[in-house]
Design a protein around this ligand. Structure first.
Ligand code: SF4
Length: 212
């Protein structure tokens, strides 16, 4: 499910430079890693021929100090690499593309910039824009995705975000993940009404697909 058309395992990297209110992974964002990288490589050696790819996720994997050598080691072992990122680290994306380390990237577009800080408790909207431009100008397959909680983002916000993407050269799909209720989150949130349906996005400037 995490890498289009590939079988993959996921490495969840502890720590994050955002504090999104709706974050499903408080243990990962606030916790510490539990597995040594050598063990990951040993695991992957046994999965050769069964797994196509490894997904680097988190948390925010791109801020891990060893991310580049880790990806190099996994690519050397013969696996494709996908990176899930919140878009806050364009320098890493640039460097990794130049070193041919990325096979697929999924970038979160958290919110329209007027709400970005409130929802993510961070100020990385300009870094997100830079990441978007780097990926558009590369030939790396990538996708943009947004998690929607009805109390945080509404249809107007999504329209604004789609206009932004379209105006900045992204003509592909925005994937929407509707917030899953009754999940532990970084901040207590009210019930999300999840009222979105595909027919509401027909007049949007780029295609919008609901994933759940
Ligand atoms: S949802 Fe936000 S806080 Fe949670 S891991 Fe992703 S970027 Fe970090």
């Amino acid at each position: 499910l995490d890498y289009p058309d590939k079988t993959a395992c996921i490495l969840w990297f502890a720590g994050c430079n955002m504090r999104c209110l709706y974050c499903y992974n408080p243990e990962i964002v606030l916790g510490k890693g539990k597995i040594e990288f050598e063990k990951v490589l040993q695991f992957l050696q046994k999965r050769k021929g069964l797994l196509d790819a490894v997904v680097f996720s988190g948390g925010e994997c791109t801020i891990h100090k060893q991310i580049i050598p880790y990806i190099q080691a996994i690519k050397k072992a013969g696996f494709l690499v996908k990176v899930d990122t919140n878009g806050s680290n364009p320098a890493f994306i640039q460097k990794a593309i130049e070193a041919s380390l990325l096979d697929y990237v999924a970038v979160d577009f958290k919110a329209p910039f007027s709400k970005f800080e409130t929802i993510t408790k961070s100020e990385f909207h300009s870094e997100f824009s830079q990441t978007l431009q780097i990926l558009i100008q590369s030939n790396i397959p990538f996708e943009i995705r947004t998690t929607v909680h009805s109390e945080l983002l509404n249809e107007e916000d999504l329209m604004e975000m789609c206009h932004y993407l379209h105006q900045h050269g992204y003509k592909k799909t925005l994937y929407i993940q509707q917030f899953i209720n009754h999940t532990k989150t970084l901040s207590p949130l009210p019930y999300s009404k999840n009222q979105l349906s595909a027919d509401r996005f027909q007049n949007f400037p780029i295609p919008v697909v609901l994933r759940n």
